[in-house]
Design a protein around this ligand. Structure first.
Ligand code: HEC
Ligand code: HEC
Length: 289
């Protein structure tokens, strides 16, 4: 027999033995039933139904059979849908290598988050740089300049020049309910004045009462969507008080963007931890390259 086990392996051999036993037992039982059909006298109570004179015996389900049928049916449902860790549950909730991998990643991320929870700005930027090189540089370039217009030029994005560009070239795809900023709706001159207003009085803390008439006039056009205080009517348009800050970049990472330049994936899919997003946002808005 050793040649057989070498060829099939012990586990396979056991399975084959089981299969052979099943066939033998089935043949044996079937033979007995066939014999009974020929010889046994039929008896029992007939049902009242009659099909062309053919009647049926009243054969109630054997109790044991009915109970095990019901139990198996319930177990089948449990087996499929019970959450992981409960007894007799298997496929969807049970151990899998992917599940183990995900659990390990989650545990590591928790550790990582706890360790860097209060990282200072310098550490964040350093961490952000390595995230940037892996996740963002393929589209935005090592120097953040957007590889000749393939993606947003992050060396100006977040600055006054970035505001002017967004107003003149338009901006869409972040998914705000007010839709998009259509390109070429204002002259460059008033785009600059409006950007000045945003930088000084919306992002900065200068008193709006000191704004020049020209700045106010340019800004009024923007308030129809961004509101007088620039906060964007609670989610109707971006909150410009955070423009140029890590918060705004973080919002972009979570939303992703189908814009005029191209599409930028959302990073809200677990690829980056919250700390990594914060770090890369800080790096994007830093002057470092
Ligand atoms: C018709 C409504 C509307 C008007 C008018 C409008 N905006 Fe916007 N703005 C939006 C929306 C919507 C977005 C988000 C666009 C997106 O999804 O990228 C946005 C985005 C922005 C952004 C962020 C761009 C980026 O890089 O993500 C800035 C800065 C901005 N607006 C400034 C202004 C200024 C300054 C004005 C006035 C000159 C102005 N907006 C006028 C609706 C408007
Ligand atoms: C697949 C290419 C791609 C990757 C990867 C990518 N981006 Fe972008 N990103 C773009 C494109 C394209 C735009 C311009 C979208 C538009 O306005 O049309 C953009 C725009 C942006 C903007 C400006 C958003 C705005 O509203 O104007 C920021 C900030 C940004 N990306 C940051 C990042 C960071 C940080 C990463 C890495 C974590 C990253 N991007 C990864 C393609 C990419």
């Amino acid at each position: 027999m050793s040649w057989l086990s070498e060829y099939y392996g012990y586990i396979n051999l056991l399975a084959i033995a089981g299969a052979v036993a099943t066939v033998v037992i089935t043949a044996f039982v079937v033979t007995i039933y066939f014999k009974n059909i020929k010889s046994a006298k039929k008896s029992g109570e007939l049902s009242t139904d009659s099909w062309d004179g053919i009647k049926e015996y009243k054969n109630p389900l054997p109790l044991g059979w009915a109970v095990s049928f019901l139990v198996l049916a319930l177990w089948a449902i449990w087996y499929m849908f019970a959450p992981a860790g409960l007894p007799f549950a298997y496929p969807l909730g049970a151990y899998s290598q992917i599940g183990e991998y995900n659990a390990e990643v989650a545990a590591y991320n928790d550790k990582f988050t706890a360790q860097w929870q209060n990282a200072d700005e310098a550490t964040l930027k350093e961490m952000g740089e390595s995230v940037f090189l892996v996740q963002c540089a393929p589209c935005h370039g090592l120097d953040k300049s957007g590889i000749g217009g393939k993606a947003a030029d992050l060396t100006v994005w977040g600055t006054k020049e970035g505001i002017v560009n967004s107003v003149l070239q338009g901006s869409k795809g972040l998914g705000y309910s007010l839709g998009e900023m259509v390109p070429d709706t204002v002259e460059e001159e008033s785009a600059r004045l409006a950007a000045d207003y945003v930088v000084k009085y919306v992002i900065g803390s200068q008193d709006p009462a000191t704004a020049t008439d020209a700045e106010i006039e340019a800004w009024i056009y923007c308030t129809s969507c961004h509101d007088n205080d620039g906060k964007g009517f609670e989610g109707g348009a971006p909150d410009l008080t955070t423009y140029g800050k890590a918060e705004f970049a973080l919002e972009v990472l979570n939303r992703g963007k189908e814009g005029y330049i191209g599409s930028m994936p959302s990073f809200n899919d677990g690829r980056l931890t919250d700390i990594q997003k914060k770090a890369v946002s800080a790096y994007v808005l830093s002057a470092e390259q």
